[in-house]
Design a protein around this ligand. Structure first.
Ligand code: GDP
Length: 201
């Protein structure tokens, strides 16, 4: 049974050194720009169990939130990147914050990089994927909103291919990619399977 039975909000921290002490439980981090569909995906993969926890998250402060899942592993919600109004200094602060976490966190089992497939990939999506590859951080790209082809706009398939092509120009090996939709539940089982493959019980 791949379903996550119990998702409990644990803590919110504003600094990597401030995060809950490593107690050996594996962690999986979620990252993506704001509005990428992170809360929707979380609700989808927890079958609603994460709804209360996720909606209880603090609003606009730059913080990471830890959730304990089934008392066996942690889901780490990192702040979204690419706020429209963020200035250069805020972006730098965010970069330092999240990258410090990726590099230092011993129990990090993997990262899910969420990318909205209903619009062309942003520079930030590409930058982050490149950064994770460069730093040998295990991650998978989770495309969100794959049900949403907008008339007169590049299609979901074209948007996915565009990111793949950009990464392919730079790297020999590409990260794995999962297409999801919280509307149709496409990819939900695949995400759950991927998550359980990262977690050694
Ligand atoms: P977050 O800010 O990353 O947590 O994003 P949300 O989960 O709140 O979603 C942002 C917006 O995108 C909302 O209006 C959602 O209804 C919409 N959305 C999220 N996931 C999907 C999806 O899979 N398909 C479609 N069509 N819309 C989605």
């Amino acid at each position: 049974e791949k379903k996550m039975a119990k998702v409990a909000f644990e803590s919110s921290s504003e600094d990597a050194s401030d995060a809950p002490a490593s107690d050996g439980l594996p962690e999986i981090a979620l990252i993506g720009r704001s509005n990428v569909g992170k809360s929707s995906l979380l609700n989808s993969i927890t079958f609603g169990a994460g709804a209360a926890a996720v909606s209880a998250k603090p609003g606009t402060t730059v913080s990471m939130n830890h959730y304990l899942v089934d008392k066996k592993w942690r889901l780490v919600d990192l702040p979204g990147y690419g706020y429209a109004k963020a200035d250069a200094e805020a972006i730098e602060r965010w970069d330092a914050f999240t990258k410090d976490y990726f590099v230092r966190r011993e129990n990090l089992a993997g990262v899910l990089l969420l990318v909205d497939a209903s619009v062309p990939p942003t520079e930030n999506d590409e930058r982050y994927a490149n950064w994770l590859i460069e730093h040998e951080t295990p991650f998978t790209i989770v495309f969100t909103k794959c049900d949403r082809d907008k008339p007169g706009m590049p299609s979901v398939d074209e948007n996915k291919a565009a990111l793949r092509r950009k990464l392919d120009e730079k790297w020999h090996r590409l990260p794995s990619m999962i297409s999801t939709s919280s509307v149709t539940a496409e990819g939900r089982d695949e995400v759950l399977k991927f998550v359980s493959s990262l977690i050694v019980y």
